[in-house]
Structures are given as C-alpha cells and as structure tokens.
Design a protein around this ligand. Structure first.
Ligand code: PBG
Length: 323
C-alpha cells in the first residue's frame, strides 16, 4: 500500500491520536540531577554559565535535594569542590571529604534517593588533571590506586553508586576489586564508558573549578571522531564489572548511545552535559528559542536513541514541567 491509501498524517490529526502512537516519553524518573557541593555553611553560589545552578554547602544542598526528591527525580550525582587542592587529590578520598559528607547527609534524610558519587580527581588536584601527574604526563596505574581508595571512602559514606569519570584504563576493575574487598559488594558502578574530550564541558569546569592548568584531556578522554573505540571502551568496562554504562556528552553522540545500548544491553545512561544545558538556556534567555520545547525535544531524542536514564541539569525543571 502506498499513497493515497496510506496517509501517515491520519495519526497526526489530533493530540489524542498523537499521544496514542507516541513511541518515547519522558518521566521524572528518567533523570539524575548533577549537584555541586562545597565547604562552608549557608553557601549558595550561583554558577554564571549555568543559570539556576549553584555550588551549595551541605546544609543548602539538602534543601535543593528535598525539592528534587519531591519532584520525583530518583537520583543525584555529586561533584565536590574541596577546601584545598594538592598533587595527590587527597580531598577526594578524605574521610570527611566534601562528597563523603554530602553523600552521608543526603542518605540520612533521603534514604530512598539514589546517590551517585562521581569519582574523578580533576576537582581535587592542584594541576586540574584527572590523575597523578609526573613530568607533565597523567599516569594511569598510579591513579588507579587513588581511585580504589576514593571508591571505598565514597561507599563508606553511603553512596549507592560509584561513577568513575577519569577515563583511566582499568579503573572499573580497580574499583570493583577494592569495593568487594572492603565489604561493599552491593555498591554499584556506573562507568563513564565512553567519555569524549569535549568542548561542551566548558560551564562544568567553571562550576567545579576544575580546568586543567596545562594541556588538555585528550590523552585520556576520547577523540570525538571515534565510534568503534567507544565500543571497545564499553566492552572493557563491562568485562571489568560495570553494572551500568554511560555515554558522555549526549546530544552530539546519539549514535554512540544507540550503538552502546544495542550492543551491550546493559542499563545505559547518557550525560547531557553542562554545555548542552547552557546552549539552550542562553538561547532561551535571548528569546531565540522556546526553552521548554527545546529542552524536552533534546531530552526525548536522547531517550529515543536508547538511553535508559539521563543525567541532566534540567532534571528538576523538566520533572516539574512533566509533573
Ligand atoms: C570530571 C568531569 C567533567 C564532567 C563530569 N565529570 C569535566 C571534564 O572531564 O573536564 C563534565 C560534566 C559536564 O560538563 O556537565 N572529569
């Protein structure tokens, strides 16, 4: 059958018909909200490139988390800005580290929420790289030891999920081994399996105060041109014990999301990063784009590509729009 018997417009004729044949939909429980936590009390410092987002002290963070939970968003991912940075990233695995304190405070008040701890060192090192640096190089195997320690301290603090984002080879195996030997066999790993060296992280680096002091991250994060390599990265993380895998960024990498989801069948997340959020916000603030429609369209495209859930700075706003 073809035209004129077949007319695809028939099912687009009314809102009711369109809703019946809609293939993908968004719900508040598709989202995870990224949050930035810093030391102090009563702190709520605006992040200029991410309107509506703040660096919170733990007390203020709890207020934000209450709203997020009330809107039906099931998870948060925590990024820390420590008091001081050093060459060994000691703030990342300190017992009273900022993410550790935030995780335990959140689990205390909201045990039902999934607390994901991002595990990376760029926010904690004085040079801003995601690992131990010697002679201007980011060392892989030396960084794994720190990753293992950090994972255990985050799990002790109550994190349900550890999300290593440093793109060191072997990090998932190192973390799984350390968690298991420390008695945290039930702590899950969300692997940033395919994380690209992306310009879309710009606003995040302001938010997390984490830009590298020299060079860039291209010796560990992936080349945006590569898809087959993303599948190799993901295969390794799966074999090392990842419970869930993630592709990051999302919008410019929907083909990667689709391929990872199709090939591995593990729960697949996509991280719609700071620059994706900032582009829509900025255009909307200029009156150049309909924010609500644009944000929903971007997010539904990520889900349509195959993401089971989405880390997005729009989590709270969208959950409210949908609610
Ligand atoms: C840390 C990290 C980054 C992001 C998440 N974890 C920045 C980077 O790799 O430079 C970016 C998230 C975003 O842009 O929203 N390694």
């Amino acid at each position: 059958m073809s035209f004129p018997e077949t007319r695809l417009r028939r099912l687009r004729a009314t809102p009711a018909l369109r809703s019946l044949v809609r293939e993908t939909s968004l719900k508040p429980d598709d989202f995870v909200m990224p949050l930035f936590v810093r030391p102090g009390k009563g702190q709520r410092r605006p992040i200029s490139s991410m309107p509506g987002h703040f660096q919170y002290s733990v007390d203020e963070l709890l207020k934000a988390v209450r709203e997020i939970a009330a809107a039906g968003v099931p998870g948060v991912i925590l990024f820390g800005i420590p008091d001081r940075k050093d060459s060994r990233a000691s703030g990342a695995y300190a017992k009273d580290g900022i993410v550790q304190r935030a995780a335990s405070a959140i689990k205390d008040r909201h045990p039902e929420l999934a607390v994901i701890a991002d595990l990376c060192f760029c926010e904690y090192t004085d040079h801003g790289h995601c690992g131990v640096v010697k002679g201007g190089k980011v060392l892989n195997d030396e960084t794994l030891e720190l990753a293992a320690r950090t994972a255990v301290s985050q799990a002790k603090a109550g994190a349900d999920v550890i999300a290593p984002s440093g793109m060191m080879d072997g990090q998932v195996a190192a973390i799984r081994g350390a968690l298991d030997s420390a008695g945290f066999g039930m702590t899950a790993i969300l692997a940033y399996a395919a994380k690209y060296a992306s310009a879309f992280y710009g606003p995040f680096r302001e938010a997390a105060e984490s830009p590298p002091k020299f060079g860039d991250r291209s010796s560990y994060q992936m080349d945006p041109a590569n898809l087959r390599e993303a599948l190799r990265e993901t295969a390794l993380d799966v074999s090392e014990g990842a419970d869930m895998v993630m592709v990051k960024p999302a919008l410019a990498y929907l083909d990667v999301v689709a391929a990872v989801r199709e090939r591995f069948g593990l729960p697949t997340a996509a991280y719609s990063v700071s620059g994706e959020f900032a582009m829509i916000k900025a255009a909307a603030q200029n009156g150049w784009i309909d924010e609500k429609k644009a944000a929903l369209e971007a997010l539904v495209s990520i889900k349509r590509a195959g993401a089971d859930f989405i880390l997005t700075y729009y989590a709270l706003e969208v959950a409210r729009w949908l609610g």
